[in-house]
Design a protein around this ligand. Structure first.
Ligand code: SF4
Ligand code: SF4
Ligand code: SF4
Length: 217
C-alpha cells in the first residue's frame, strides 16, 4: 500500500538508531572542539604591549566577564581603546590599547569604567591613580639618551601624570656613561603609557609599559 501523503510526497523516513547515534556523536565532537578552541583562546598569554583598560580584572576573570560590547571603547573620549580584531593575538572584541601609539590619558572621571555593564572593568576603581594597567620600565636602557649620556633628556618624566612619584630622574653615573636616568616605582606607576608615548626616540621607545599580568606577577 502506498504511503504517499495527499500531495503525493513521500514522508521523511524515520532516522535509524545507528544514524541517530552517529549524528549525536558528531554533534558532541563538534561541541567538544568548540569548547577546546574557546579554552585555548582564553589561555593565550596577552602580548606584553597590549594593555587592558583601567580597572580591568585579572586576565582570566576579565575574559570571563567581558561581553565584547565595546561600550568602554565608545566611552573613551581620546579614542585610546580599541577592540581586538579577528586574527589578533588576543581574543576578538576585547578592549586594549598600545601605549606607544595612544596612551591612556588618565581621565579623572575614568568614563570607560562605569560604561562597562558587567564590571569586567572594576567599578570600585574611582581614583585613576590607583589604576594598575601595567608597569613602565626602562626596557632598552642603552638607547635612552640620558642613560647613554648622549643628551640630558627628561621627556618621559615630564609626560608622567604622577611624576616625582611613579617616575623620577635618578642621579648617578650609569653603566653607559650617563649621569641621569628615568627610574620607575612600580607601586606608583599606573601603566598609562604616557612616558612610552613621549619617548623622543624614533621607532620603539626606550621606556615601555608591560602588560599588568607580566609586570606584576
Ligand atoms: S581613563 Fe580615559 S583615556 Fe584612559 S582608557 Fe579610560 S576613558 Fe580612555
Ligand atoms: S606608565 Fe609612565 S607615565 Fe604612566 S604612571 Fe607609569 S611612569 Fe608615569
Ligand atoms: S624620553 Fe626616552 S630617551 Fe628620553 S629619558 Fe625618557 S626613555 Fe630616555
Amino acid at each position: 500500500m502506498s504511503r504517499d501523503d495527499a500531495q503525493g510526497r513521500r514522508p521523511r523516513p524515520p532516522m535509524s538508531r545507528r544514524k541517530a547515534l552517529s549524528s549525536a556523536v558528531a554533534l558532541g565532537a563538534m561541541a567538544a572542539l568548540l569548547a577546546t578552541s574557546v579554552r585555548s583562546e582564553r589561555v593565550r598569554p596577552l602580548p606584553a604591549n597590549r594593555i587592558r583598560p583601567p580597572g580591568a580584572l585579572a586576565e582570566a576573570a576579565f575574559l570571563d566577564a567581558c561581553v565584547r560590547c565595546g561600550l568602554c571603547v565608545q566611552a573613551c573620549p581620546y579614542d585610546v581603546l580599541r577592540p581586538a580584531g579577528l586574527g589578533e593575538a588576543i581574543p576578538a572584541g576585547t578592549p586594549y590599547f598600545v601605549a606607544r601609539t595612544q596612551a591612556c590619558r588618565m581621565c579623572e572621571d575614568i568614563p570607560c569604567v562605569p560604561a562597562c555593564p558587567t564590571a569586567a572593568l572594576d567599578h570600585a576603581l574611582v581614583d585613576i591613580r590607583e589604576a594598575a594597567m601595567g608597569v613602565a620600565d626602562l626596557s632598552d636602557a642603552q638607547r635612552c639618551l640620558s642613560y647613554s649620556g648622549l643628551a640630558y633628556c627628561h621627556s618621559c618624566y615630564h609626560a608622567c601624570p604622577v611624576k616625582g612619584q611613579a617616575i623620577r630622574m635618578q642621579q648617578g653615573r650609569t653603566a653607559a656613561g650617563g649621569l641621569i636616568r628615568p627610574a620607575v616605582d612600580p607601586d606608583r606607576c599606573t601603566g598609562c603609557g604616557l612616558c612610552e608615548q613621549a619617548c623622543v626616540l624614533d621607532g620603539a621607545a626606550a621606556i615601555t609599559v608591560r602588560a599588568n599580568h607580566l609586570a606584576r606577577r
